[in-house]
Design a protein around this ligand. Structure first.
Ligand code: SF4
Ligand code: SF4
Length: 315
């Protein structure tokens, strides 16, 4: 496994980052022991970087995976906090539930532009203060927007940017792949640490995984790439691929059949809460029930987190 410095943070991260969204309640909903086993398997194979978020509800999986593990592990998490008090709560929750003394990386979740970052400025100040106290090692944003990457690149307080990037531009909200690559390049020049997300388009590009991974591994500014994984086979495949080893046709072919979809249960009552949550504009209420446009859906599962009827799952 290759390890890279994450910008100027001083953090050394494996090029393959374990994206936990896919194992938690918003997607496969593994039991904690089963999900923890997968993370632990990745750690044993040399992955030392884990990406999560408060909304994913995956802290229990990570805590169990780390129990008795002696290697250094870097954990990045995200919060929607916009006030200083909200940020303090997010930090405290993360430290408590992960049983750690500090948060390695705390990101403002789903930022869009300089305006949304400024709108969260109290939270940024909370992160800066926590970093000064040693409670956080690095701070930044995650974003699906080219404008978000460009904005964060020019804000000296931020260390890390976690942008969406994939060969076919799936899920980039305000531009094409080329625009995002330029913004990434600019951010690296500004000294930011970058790790990519959704290189497989949230699951859309699994049938073209070889091509999509070949592309993402050719982006030199990305210290790491978060990949959601749901099986030992996927972990082994990605560990090989990210180590520059050909996984072999059997494994590639098997995984290429694992396409993911957004499943909506018949008992949806059309309340519209998921529609408000979806920033991709992929949901609408039609005749009293929600319908998804799979061309727009990036399979993040965030809509599932607000459904009072537990109707939505990425499967
Ligand atoms: S939040 Fe749940 S119940 Fe409400 S519209 Fe969406 S899927 Fe249906
Ligand atoms: S429909 Fe749900 S899973 Fe798809 S992009 Fe919107 S919030 Fe994400």
């Amino acid at each position: 496994m290759q390890y890279n410095q994450l910008g100027a943070t001083g953090l050394l991260v494996s090029r393959l980052c374990f994206g936990t969204l896919t194992i938690g309640p918003l997607q496969r909903s593994f039991s904690v022991p089963d999900g923890a086993k997968l993370i632990r398997a990745a750690l044993e194979l040399g992955v030392n970087f884990i990406d999560t978020a408060e909304i994913y509800e995956c802290y229990p999986y990570i805590r169990e995976a780390l129990a008795g593990f002696h290697g250094d592990v870097v954990i990045a998490t995200k919060t929607y906090a916009y006030s200083r008090a909200g940020m303090e709560q997010s930090i405290a929750k993360c430290l408590k539930e992960l049983n750690r003394e500090y948060v390695d990386i705390m990101l403002l979740h789903e930022q869009e532009s300089v305006h949304t970052i400024k709108g969260h400025w109290e939270a940024v100040e909370g992160m800066v203060r926590a970093r000064e106290k040693g409670l956080i090692r690095a701070i930044g944003i995650s974003t699906h927007y080219v404008a978000g990457v460009r904005a964060a690149a020019s804000i000296p307080e931020l260390d890390v940017i976690h942008p969406i990037i994939n060969k076919f531009g799936v899920g980039i909200q305000d531009g094409q792949t080329e625009d995002m690559l330029q913004a990434i390049s600019f951010s690296a020049m500004m000294g930011k640490g970058l790790y990519g997300m959704k290189c497989l388009g949230g699951g859309h590009l699994i049938p073209q995984a070889e091509e999509a991974l070949g592309f993402i591994l050719s982006v030199p500014e990305l210290a790491a790439v978060a990949v959601g994984m749901q099986s030992l086979e996927e972990i082994k495949y990605n560990v090989l691929r990210f180590s520059g080893v050909e996984p072999g046709p059997g494994l590639s072919e098997k995984l290429s059949k694992n396409r993911r979809v957004l499943h909506i249960e018949k008992w949806c009552r059309g309340c519209g809460r998921c529609v408000e949550k979806c920033t991709a504009g992929a949901l609408e209420i039609v005749e009293g029930a929600v319908k998804v446009d799979m061309q727009r859906c990036r399979l993040c599962g965030y809509c599932a987190s607000v459904c009072p009827e537990f109707c939505i799952k990425v499967i």
